[in-house]
Design a protein around this ligand. Sequence first.
Ligand code: AMP
Length: 328
Amino acid sequence: MRAHTQVGAARAAASTAGSMATGNEVDTTAKEPSQQALWQRIEATYSSAEARGAAYRTDTLVRVLRDLQDPRLRFVLRVATALRDKPKPPKASGQEGRPAVNPFLPYEEALWVAHLSPSHTLLLNKFNVVAHHLLVVTRAFEPQGTPLSAGDLSATWRVMQAMPHGGLAYFNCGEHSGASQPHKHTQIVPLPLAAVPPLLEAAADEATRGAGAAAWEPRAARALPFRCFCAALPEQEGAVTGKALAGAFQALHAAAFRDVCGEGSPSFNVLLTQRHMALVPRSREAWGPVAVNSMGYAGSLLVRSREELEYIEAEGPLCILTEVGQPW
Ligand code: AMP
């Protein structure tokens, strides 16, 4: 990964972006940007979308909380500065009588960053809690429930690599996973997450490198109280490809759902860092007032109400993650 100096190039990138065709138009001449240009483009688009009010930032204060069960584990609570008294009920996409609107097709032009490939494009997340929160979406509609493909993962990996300190990518899949949009998308946030390493990193290290597992080999992370399967990524330059990542996803999915013969599609979260891919099967979306998506398993919880804050402090984050996951 290259560390980028941000030499005022954002302005140059903005003007380059401005002169290019926007994402919803079909422009076969639009070139995909280089890695360094990509990060500059992300910064420039984010600044301009915030200034124009196209992207909304929820103001939060970061609190680091030690878990009750295991005080070695630290969680990042992002507590909304405007705490509501009651949490909002989870919103359904396509509410009664109203057709669901797909926010990714067409997407808002002000949120478009760049095309990553003929099949994938990069957008800013409209409702963000951390700066430069991104979405990799398919340019044509594909259901979120279809398996992560080499194309999804190579586009996602490319964006992670463009971030100065690397990125954390995630995929919420299924009705209990915390997903809200049915159009296929992965999400990426820049690391570090408030200086606390992603929760699963240490457990994944123990289950793979510590146990001498070969790169890509799926392992159960038994140190955690909930079911979690992970694979170490190889460290050699160029060894991580979209195809290899898709193979790892399939292996983790098979390990997690081998013995499952229930009805409907299983719900799960996938997390990807420079070092690991991890998959966590889910049983429910929320425990008490606390709704959880992949970010919860990265050790980061968004707190929007007093009730949620009190609940997390009383139960402990690990207990909540176990209840919405699947105990071993
Ligand atoms: P998920 O809830 O995991 O399915 O992720 C969908 C993401 O899309 C959420 O994080 C939303 O903040 C984001 N989102 C919702 N509407 C838009 C929009 N119009 N443009 C870009 N991102 C959006």
